[in-house]
Design a protein around this ligand. Sequence first.
Ligand SMILES: Nc1ncnc2c1ncn2[C@@H]1O[C@H](COP(=O)(O)OP(=O)(O)OP(=O)(O)O)[C@@H](O)[C@H]1O
Ligand SMILES: [Mg+2]
Length: 371
Amino acid sequence: MAFIDISAVSKIFGNTRILENINLDIEHGQFVVFVGPSGCGKSTLLRMISGLEDVSAGTISIENEVVNDVEPALRGVAMVFQSYALYPHMTTFQNVSFGLRMAHKTAEFIAARVQQATGILQLDKLLERKPGQLSGGQKQRVAIGRAIVREPRVFLFDEPLSNLDAELRVQMRAELMDLHRRLGTTMIYVTHDQVEAMTLADKMVVMSGGRIQQAGAPLVLYDDPDNQFVAGFVGSPKMNFLPATLVGADATGVRLTGIGGGGNAVLPIVGITVAAGPVTIGIRPEHLRLVTEGATSPECLVLEGRVAIVEELGAESFVHLDLPDSTRVTLRAGRDAGRIGHTARVALDLERALLFAADGLRLRGRGLVQQ
Ligand SMILES: Nc1ncnc2c1ncn2[C@@H]1O[C@H](COP(=O)(O)OP(=O)(O)OP(=O)(O)O)[C@@H](O)[C@H]1O
Ligand SMILES: [Mg+2]
């Protein structure tokens, strides 16, 4: 059994089902990130693991023990909140040591634990300050210190960095990764920022509408999404989606028409079992490129579009093109790649394109045609 095992868990508030049949394994020492849009149930799931929220159905086990009815304080988990939840009248030392003092630990024990935690978090020079005299990042470190001294078997973080400015977030993100490496403790982290999720996670759990849409290593979700939601949620700039009509499938692949308002192509995916009709092609910005007249290759589909926006980022630019059916696609290019209002030709690398059914499910078939 996994270190944490979440099995057929649901959550109902009043008459509303918030989480539906959640199944998830978390291994010892994993850094797991729950990510998804606002209201999808991330905090609720985290709070059920912590014991702050009841489980309506199913079981949550930690180290082979079902904890559904175990008091939060006895679960061996420590939670760090977005709001820090520090006591304003207490110093850093008092805030960090609060739980240990409540548990009547000896002064030596407390001093040693606090020294260790504040050393790791570089808070040792701020022990006498109160929260009002600390920056946002320092306050967040105090909140993490308070969790560390309890030596929990699982850390739970609910959007701990969302009150920090962009630069500090990146810095704290690196510190959290370092902390995880040093402590080796299992961590579960909630965010709605997919970049944060991708950079931190060993296992990324994409949630939407109260369900897990897909869980796995970030790059597996990036390259091989199960559905259009995951495909569109993971990655920035987003995956491009082009409506098309499936007209047939044979040993060479899937025949599509009406791509971007007129293009025809054979996607080299075999073994698709779906009726003819509307489908969606998904293709990442890095698999599109601008081409000049005549420069095409057989595995590419070339479409014409009008340059709508060019975002110059220095080393590269994002070019947004409107296709004849007004589908907007984005691609990565170098400097001076396009002029707004001009017509441009874009080549789609069909070997990297994904296919989705009308209901959003990925059509994998048996994979790519072997050349
Ligand atoms: N105590 C409650 N009673 C009724 N509904 C609740 C309660 N707590 C949360 N909800 C509802 O459950 C859903 C999930 O809430 P939750 O806080 O888990 O979302 P979230 O994914 O953490 O969102 P966010 O990214 O905004 O923090 C929301 O629709 C919310 O309104
Ligand atoms: Mg939340």
